[in-house]
Design a protein around this ligand. Sequence first.
Ligand code: ATP
Length: 245
Amino acid sequence: LGTTACRYDIDAVAECDSSNSRLLERAAAGAPSGTVLVAERQTAGRGRRGRSWISAPADSLTFSLLWRFPHQSDAPAALSLAVGLALVRGLEALGARGIGLKWPNDLLIGDSKLAGILVELQAGELRSAVIGIGLNLRRPNGLSEDVAAAGLDQALAALPTREVVLAALLAALAQTLDAYGSSGFASLRNEWQARHAWQGLPVRVSGGEAAEGLCLGVGDDGALNLDTPQGLRRILAGDVSLRAV
Ligand code: ATP
């Protein structure tokens, strides 16, 4: 795994409801940091706010990773952003180009979603996170036509096997989560912003307090800085959605 020493314990199941739900149970039972659960088929994949994440076995890579950090983070919301950057780094190491980040938790090709991230903290254990990742290798069969979704096959000349993609993502995650755990998101912020798909562009925020403005970038705590007609607004990475306008 490059310069970072990390031991992964990888388990694959043919089917489960949600790999995050199952791994949260294992986390509560004391599973070690680096435990990975790959789900061939998810019957109830979750996004944020109870929304569903659709995967299709041949077209998707769906897994969850348990990570235990040495200290409690003072900006846990930034973890989703660090994970997004790790995924882009991993996919770029495979030769993929043209992948952007959408605040706070998605990877895009153009305006279409390539991957989603769902970070959940282990109950009562603020230093332990279960990180769920759903990546479209191809646009999943069966996904409703009105969902703007992309596949990794659009960013690579030839699609590697799922095992090769998983290995590249886990290597990048180990390196990036180590940096996040020791120096926080501040050390990753500039690189995140350089890949921000909507940097400098107008967006509308909904789901929490509504706002509209130009994306100025993100802070060290992972908050999105918006230039609005009412002045500078900081949007915390809570349960809000962003749309290009
Ligand atoms: P938004 O897209 O509004 O920012 P979000 O980031 O909160 O929402 P998530 O909760 O991460 O979205 O993911 C759930 C949403 O992603 C669903 O409502 C659906 O529109 C979309 N979606 C579900 N499965 C896929 C998929 N395989 N590929 C792309 N998009 C998907």
